[in-house]
Design a protein around this ligand. Structure first.
Ligand code: TRP
Length: 454
């Protein structure tokens, strides 16, 4: 058999893993979720979830992947010692496939906004026209059409697939090392500008001034779901990347770095978006359309807005593509190992399947939008079911598998390869994995099934 590809440098692993974590989840979803769920209350729970549940699950997924050196599905069976565990991995890969279908759609929307910012079309508004109606119409036109968003989505997935088709070292690692620094630079420029806006102080208060009164079960569930989505947990992403990490790397360090990088970008995305929203008196609770309807109005009013807008949407594209690469890679690695097809063929087969799913999502927002169930479209349901059911379920199964079946001793043994002997704080995190994460997630899932909405 051909030797399994591996990442060649530590910085490459970090860039690729941070690239997977930092995505639409940080820049598009985190600000609007915080906006809907009361700002600081949401963020408070989010950070607790990241540290106490996210970080231990990240190093666990990496360790499982590196030990098994296999795709996400078989890794569960190998680590659990019984094939029956494969179903958990299968659930992970199925989840990521479903996510891929709507991630592709939103990436397409972002590319459309980037393109129209670049050409100036987005800011070509008639004198005296109402900007709110104008941007609502643009977004409605895009999201309810079929061919238009499909074409832009296909451009996004095509660029992504070119990277996947080149492999781990020559594709994912190489391009992550270029794209992640680019992302950081654009981010710093935009944040620097945001800090000069009058709404900056209001945003700091909204996002960080403690306000425990808005904490509710729904906020807690939403924040934990968001933490997992943002760290790419419970979907086999880090298992797959872990399987390409060499035995000389310290997994715990990499896990910390990815956790911190992802959290910083999420919090700063809040600080990037809300000052503008507050400065121009828009609603922080606008929801998923926040960056598509609210932000363009801000760019319209601010000096140099078109340039900032173009940079902003470029930033989101870069973030989305480095995530979509990892989303596709989970499925591609699985397909390669199950079928023995070449990487290129497997990549395009996966892209084809995801595109069909993407087209269904796109139709669900547009021509098939009458197909609603309990007020949710196809995309609405996929987002809801993955975030609230399958991702938490895989996360629980991962914690149970590693904490109870594989065992903390074996997990530690793998973590110490290329790392350092466990310290007492390391041991506390392992205890969380065994005793805290499973019951907490299970209780929350039951609460959700009993009707508490996220
Ligand atoms: N974490 C990514 C983000 O915040 C999105 C994501 C969801 C993801 N599921 C994934 C990335 C699975 C990789 C693998 O946008």
């Amino acid at each position: 058999m051909k030797k399994r590809d591996t990442f060649s440098t530590k910085i490459g692993i970090i860039a690729a893993s941070a690239g997977s974590a930092i995505g639409l989840g940080n820049i598009w979803k985190f600000p609007y979720m915080a906006g809907i769920n009361g700002g600081s209350a949401f963020i408070f729970i989010y950070i607790i979830a990241i540290v106490l549940m996210g970080y231990p699950l990240i190093y666990t997924e990496f360790a499982m992947g590196r030990r098994a050196k296999s795709n996400a599905v078989d890794t569960f069976g190998i680590i659990g010692g019984r094939k029956i565990w494969n179903f958990a991995g299968f659930l992970a890969v199925l989840t990521v496939f479903l996510i891929a279908t709507f991630y592709m759609m939103i990436t397409g929307w972002v590319i459309y906004y980037f393109y129209n910012s670049l050409t100036g079309q987005l800011y070509n508004i008639a004198q005296g026209a109402d900007s709110i109606t104008y941007y609502k119409d643009i977004f409605a036109h895009l999201s309810t059409s079929f061919a238009l968003p499909l074409i832009f989505s296909i451009i996004g997935i095509y660029i992504t697939a070119l990277i996947n088709s080149m492999g781990i070292k020559e594709g994912i690692e190489k391009y992550s090392k270029i794209m992640m620094p680019l992302l950081v630079v654009i981010f710093i420029v935009l944040i620097g500008y945001s800090m000069t806006l009058p709404g900056f102080n209001d945003s700091m208060a909204f996002l960080f001034k403690p306000n425990f009164s808005s904490i509710s079960p729904a906020v807690i569930i939403g924040a934990i779901g968001q933490a997992f989505f943002s760290l790419s947990l419970g979907m086999g992403a880090l298992i797959t990347y872990g399987s390409y990490i060499s035995k000389t790397e310290n997994i715990r360090t990499i896990a910390w770095q990815v956790t911190v990088a992802d959290t910083i970008i999420a919090l700063f995305s809040g600080l990037l978006i809300f000052p503008a929203v507050f400065t121009y008196d828009l609603a922080p609770s606008a929801g998923p359309s926040l960056i598509f309807i609210s932000l363009p109005q801000v760019f319209l009013k601010m000096p140099g807005g078109r340039l900032f807008s173009t940079l902003f949407f470029l930033l989101v594209i870069v973030a989305a593509i480095t995530s979509l690469v990892s989303i596709l890679e989970i499925i591609i690695t699985y397909v390669i190992e199950k079928t023995k097809w070449s990487r290129k063929f497997s990549t395009w087969a996966v892209v084809f399947a995801v595109t069909v799913g993407g087209a269904i999502n796109i139709a669900g927002e547009g021509p098939w939008s009458y197909l609603q169930l309990a007020g949710r479209s196809i995309f609405g349901w996929l987002d809801y079911l993955t975030n609230n059911i399958t991702i938490p379920l895989v996360a629980v199964l991962t914690a149970i598998l590693s904490g109870w079946v594989w065992g903390i001793a074996s997990l530690n043994e793998e973590l110490e390869v290329g790392g350092t002997p466990s310290t007492s704080s390391d041991r506390y995190f392992n205890l969380l994995l065994k005793w805290v994460i499973p019951p907490v997630i299970i209780i929350l899932m039951i609460a959700l099934l009993l009707g508490i909405q996220a």
